[in-house]
Write a protein that binds this ligand. Structure first.
Ligand SMILES: *[C@@H]1O[C@H](CO)[C@@H](O)[C@H](O)[C@H]1NC(C)=O
Ligand SMILES: *[C@@H]1O[C@H](CO)[C@@H](O)[C@H](O)[C@H]1NC(C)=O
Length: 245
């Protein structure tokens, strides 16, 4: 196959300017060993927890990962290819940061959606998020923070808190007003993902923490911490918590 020389040349130019901002490849997915120095100060676990909580607050879409139940747990009426028992599936879903004291994301669970069917059949669940810079500049996606919240779903029972949740959720997702609990088309209910473990990849390992964040550190983060934190490529440091609630 013949490749146009101009294309090759521009690829080389792009990749050399990109390469200058990249770490050694041994640090793409892991931190330096204790005796190696990277020249960067790697954020602490606490600082990483603050970033995670700010991302949770500024983003509102993530990926829910669940596992298909085995065939015999499976409802016969439903059409599904065979051999999917135990196979993981990650699907986009809406969430909102409506319980900022705990950092447990609020989710509107639709009974007909695969993620919630799998959970009802006994699957575990994680919510994976990643930070999308707002400044319109090019960023290496591999350099940006992303994380997974491991936990379990819990129904939100209190009617008073449901009103507040609906307001908060619809502010994040105006279209979700059409499938709030009580709508005529789909059965839905409010759930929280009770966060138990956090797996964090802050970016390249020579300048970001990669590893588990203890749930105490995640819950410990204060509103002030979150307000004071600025993520890479964030549009303005004045994007405070108060504007979003
Ligand atoms: C869910 O995770 C737990 C570990 O926390 C594991 O023991 C259990 O088997 C998992 N359930 C399923 C259905 O995979
Ligand atoms: C949580 O905060 C308390 C009080 O500020 C502190 O003593 C504790 O070490 C913190 N725990 C973690 C895991 O950060």
């Amino acid at each position: 196959m013949r490749v146009n020389n101009t294309v090759l040349l521009s690829l080389a130019l792009v990749s050399s300017s990109v390469a200058s901002s990249l770490p050694g490849s041994q640090y793409f997915f892991s931190n330096p060993s204790a005796d190696a120095t990277s020249g960067f100060r790697i954020p602490t676990v606490h600082e990483s927890a603050i970033q995670a909580r700010r991302i949770l607050h500024l983003e509102n879409i993530g990926t829910l990962s669940t596992v298909f139940p085995s065939e015999n747990a499976f409802q016969p009426l439903e059409q599904r290819p065979s051999g999917l028992g135990g196979v993981p599936i990650g699907l986009m879903d809406y969430y909102a940061d409506c319980e900022p004291d705990s950092g447990n994301p609020t989710i509107l669970a639709l009974d007909i959606a695969t993620s919630f069917k799998n959970v009802a059949a006994g699957s575990n669940i994680t919510l994976s998020l990643r930070w999308h810079p707002q400044d319109g500049k090019w960023h290496s996606a591999a350099s940006l923070p992303r994380f997974s919240l491991v936990g379990h779903l819990e129904d939100i029972d209190d009617d008073a808190s449901k009103v507040g949740l609906a307001t908060c959720f619809v502010k994040n997702h105006p279209d979700a007003a059409y499938w709030l609990p009580g709508n005529r088309i789909h059965t839905s209910r409010w759930v929280r993902l009770v966060v138990e473990d956090i797996y964090w990849i802050g970016g390249f390992g020579d300048r970001a923490y990669i590893g588990w964040i203890p749930v105490e550190a995640y819950q410990n983060v204060t509103q002030q911490d979150i307000d004071d934190c600025k993520l890479p490529g964030e549009k303005s440091s004045s994007w405070g918590w108060s504007e979003w609630l």
